[in-house]
Design a protein around this ligand. Structure first.
Ligand SMILES: NC(=O)c1ccc[n+]([C@@H]2O[C@H](COP(=O)([O-])OP(=O)(O)OC[C@H]3O[C@@H](n4cnc5c(N)ncnc54)[C@H](OP(=O)(O)O)[C@@H]3O)[C@@H](O)[C@H]2O)c1
Length: 244
């Protein structure tokens, strides 16, 4: 892929203070795009910002589950050629112990925040017609679940269904919508999961990844493809990034 593949494009990346979102923002900047990065942690978001190449980048901290912060973020937003939705929490609860709070917490971060962000972007006409690509980071766990992952996985499955409907609604506007579904990727989320589930369960999961756990960059590369003109005829798809 050319280094100027995303030249002239303005792309919002959520969850840019860490892991996949961070690496994606950096990769977009290396491909010539300008990024609007957001996350909650100011120091880590600034660290991402310092690693961006080129110019025209913007940074704004926001908790996307807080409506006022979401509104403030939208107000500052330029017109966009793409959005990468990479917020997420690692939250494990076996089914018999799931509480209302577990449902609310998982769905508010993994589902509701991304849905409301998109509604606002559409209503405020911030997505450029015929030149815009939305990429949701789901999880391969929607296909291969793991113990305790019911709420995390259900919220991602809801997101995938939402994305397919969105793709259908936005196709006439020339706006594409796709999901990437990574398996375990090295970073804080994998680390947290590793600490919460048994070694046996983790080993079983990794057996399905013969290429081993991925790097955030492996996901970023696929996202950049979806943002670039090379994927201009691809929408409503789920790309499995399973490491084999
Ligand atoms: N890592 C994996 O193995 C894996 C596998 C499959 C799918 N995924 C998915 O990939 C995405 C990124 O994962 P990752 O590994 O990069 O995780 P990560 O390193 O933990 O990063 C998660 C990001 O989400 C942000 N975030 C969380 N809650 C937020 C909120 N309420 N408002 C705004 N931002 C919030 C965090 O911001 P702050 O840190 O600034 O709070 C952080 O930037 C997630 O959707 C995850 O479910 C990950």
């Amino acid at each position: 892929m050319n280094s100027d593949e995303l030249s002239g494009k303005r792309i919002l990346v959520t969850g840019a203070s860490s892991g996949i979102g961070k690496q994606t923002a950096i990769k977009i900047s290396r491909k010539g795009g300008s990024v609007f990065i957001t996350g909650r942690n100011k120091e880590r978001l600034e660290a991402t910002f310092h690693e961006l190449e080129g110019s025209g980048h913007l940074l704004r901290t926001a908790d996307l589950t807080v409506r006022e912060e979401l509104n403030a973020l939208i107000a500052e937003m330029p017109e966009l050629n793409g959005v990468v939705y990479s917020t997420g929490i690692s939250d494990l609860v076996p089914c018999q112990f799931i509480s209302e709070e577990d449902i609310r917490r998982n769905f508010s971060v993994s589902f509701e925040a991304s849905v409301l962000l998109t509604s606002l972007l559409l209503r405020k006409k911030k997505l450029v017609k015929n030149n815009c690509s939305l990429v949701f980071v789901s999880s391969l766990a929607t296909k291969y679940p793991f113990f305790g992952g019911a709420m995390y996985i259900s919220s991602k499955a809801a997101l995938e269904s939402y994305a397919r409907t969105l793709a259908f609604e936005l196709a006439p506007k020339g706006i594409r919508v796709n999901c990437v579904r990574p398996a375990f990727i090295k970073g804080p989320m994998m680390q947290e999961t590793q600490e919460k589930i048994s070694k046996g369960a983790m080993d079983k999961f990794l057996e399905r990844q013969p290429l081993g756990p991925g790097e955030p960059e492996d996901v970023a590369n696929a996202i950049v493809f979806y943002l670039s003109p090379a994927s201009r005829w691809i929408s409503a798809s789920n790309l499995d990034l399973g490491g084999g």
